[in-house]
Design a protein around this ligand. Structure first.
Ligand SMILES: [Zn+2]
Ligand SMILES: [Zn+2]
Length: 345
């Protein structure tokens, strides 16, 4: 089968022939239809410090997908051949303290497809049946292929109440843009997005932000206060991994406010805790992955019933064979979410 592979510990990816995976007794084999390209895949493409430490080539990359079940392992009872599915890409141990208390998203034995084991940028993928998410017909392939990052955004937005509250979002990459759309659909008051890239600022407006700001704007703090009754936002969602954005958001956060951090800073960050957290009585939460499977039900419900629109966030689609062009577009910076169709359609 065709697959996009990190074959050597160096920058780049190759489209090459790889053996078809064979599903185990508790797994299913999926014919992949469409895949989303994630920031993680870009890290692996660039072969940065994180990927050099974590990835063991050769590896089939990718973890966001939708496809059709082609073959069902003999112990699998609840999934039938022909079902249209996506899947939770975090494969948990299932028996640790965290897994047994409904917190599989923080299982310490987690394996992630496309990172720790072969992923979905391929014609076929084998997945544990427990991870499969059946996709209703009402949700098109393009949306179903990005349930994973949409879930990251959903988990972050839903970490605190947002209805009727001002929400500040720093970073309008794909997940930040999804978060804008979700906060809007969840009834947030003003949604304020901060993003240095002009193209992404426009996408944030299209996704439903009320105020969109460039971090270089000298009036930024005043404009955020204007949008939040002079008190600062009640909710701050950090989606950029940029230390300055983190400090800015915490500084602007209202006393008693809630911050949820999803962006991953590449190195240690120094914070003035008394000023930014303690005397503010702020609540700060780290967000990891998606809740299994609350977040998935929420994503499906928001797409089907709460008028969540993510169409403008998915800015480009490519056939699989043009993966190099797709990565070029992402590296150029002027893109939201990119989806590749494996059959080229
Ligand atoms: Zn992802
Ligand atoms: Zn576990």
């Amino acid at each position: 089968m065709k697959a996009i592979v990190k074959s050597k510990p160096e920058p780049g990816l190759q489209l090459c022939e790889a053996p078809e995976p064979e599903p185990g007794p508790d797994e299913v084999l999926i014919r992949v239809k469409a895949v989303g390209i994630c920031g993680t895949d870009v890290h692996i493409f660039k072969w940065d410090e994180w990927s050099a430490n974590r990835i063991k080539p050769p590896l089939l990359v990718g973890h966001e997908f939708v496809g059709v079940v082609e073959e069902v392992g003999r112990e699998v009872r609840h999934i039938r051949k022909g079902a249209r599915v996506s899947a939770e890409g975090h494969i948990t141990c299932g028996h640790c303290r965290f897994c047994r208390t409904g917190q599989g998203h923080i299982c310490r034995e987690v394996e992630i497809i496309g990172v720790d084991r072969d992923g979905c940028f391929a014609e076929y993928l084998a997945m544990p049946a427990d991870n499969i998410w059946p996709v209703p017909d009402s949700i098109p392939d393009k949306y179903a292929s990005v349930f994973d990052p949409l879930g990251n955004a959903m988990h972050t937005v839903m970490s605190q109440p947002v209805a009727g509250r001002t929400v500040l979002i720093t970073g309008a990459g794909a997940i930040g843009l999804f978060a804008v759309a979700i906060a809007r659909a969840a009834g947030a008051g003003n949604v304020v997005a901060v993003e240095p890239n002009r193209f992404k600022r426009r996408l944030a407006l299209e996704a439903g932000a009320d105020v969109v700001l460039d971090p270089a704007d000298e009036e930024l703090a005043a404009r955020v206060l204007d949008a939040s009754e002079g008190l600062g936002p009640e909710v701050f969602l950090e989606m950029s991994g940029n230390a300055d954005a983190l400090v800015l958001g915490l500084r602007l956060l209202r006393n008693g406010g809630h911050a949820a951090l999803l962006g991953i800073p590449p190195r240690e960050v120094t914070l003035n805790l008394p000023e930014l957290v303690i005397f503010k009585a702020a609540t700060i939460r780290g967000v990891n992955g998606r809740r299994m499977y609350d977040t998935w039900y929420q994503c499906q419900s928001f797409l089907e019933r709460h008028r969540l629109s993510i169409d403008t966030v998915i800015t480009h689609t490519f056939p699989f064979a043009e993966y190099a062009k797709a990565f070029d577009v992402i590296l150029g910076g002027n893109a939201g979410k990119l989806v590749m169709f494996v059959d080229g359609a």
